[in-house]
Write a protein that binds this ligand. Structure first.
Ligand SMILES: [Zn+2]
Length: 154
């Protein structure tokens, strides 16, 4: 296990772990350039962690192109450049509560894209928050579910 730290609370391993990569024996090792992007992402996640006052669970961070293809990710996914992570914060609250918290502190968090993905009403622990960081943050907040994509309404 590589415990290389990207930031105080996030390791390289944590942001590169992929069940799909392990299962399909696909490489998911980032280039040095992508590790630099992952450090920026980890710093962003630190700001979210501080807001929540609770650990963040990363279900997907970096994805090599083959891994991204295998999980059906977008062909332009920021997961492939190390700029995005899918997260939950079970110690803080639901995905909707996490989404609302980050959105309410958007200037402090400085995200590029914030997506509430695949929350299904009445199904606990469904969905996740996708958050990305870039040098030109678009501060875009969207909801994506089985009905489509729409602008997030706080
Ligand atoms: Zn994502």
């Amino acid at each position: 296990v590589d415990v290389t730290r990207l930031s105080e609370h996030f390791t390289l391993d944590e942001l590169c772990h992929s069940q799909t990569a392990s299962r399909l024996c696909i490489s998911n090792t980032p280039s040095p350039l992508i590790v630099e992007a992952l450090k920026v992402t980890a710093q962003g996640l630190e700001r979210v962690r501080a807001l929540c006052a609770s650990p963040i669970v990363v279900s997907s961070g970096y994805r090599s192109r083959p891994v991204n293809d295998a999980v059906g990710g977008s062909s332009t996914s920021q997961h492939m450049s190390g700029q995005a992570a899918d997260i939950t914060a079970p110690g803080y609250g639901t995905v909707e509560e996490l989404m609302h918290l980050i959105y309410s502190h958007r200037d402090a968090v400085g995200y590029d894209q914030l997506l509430q993905e695949f929350v299904r009403e009445g199904i606990p622990d469904s969905g996740w928050v996708h958050i990305s960081f870039s040098d030109k943050p678009r501060q875009q907040a969207l909801v994506i579910d089985h009905t489509g994509t729409r602008v997030y309404q706080a």
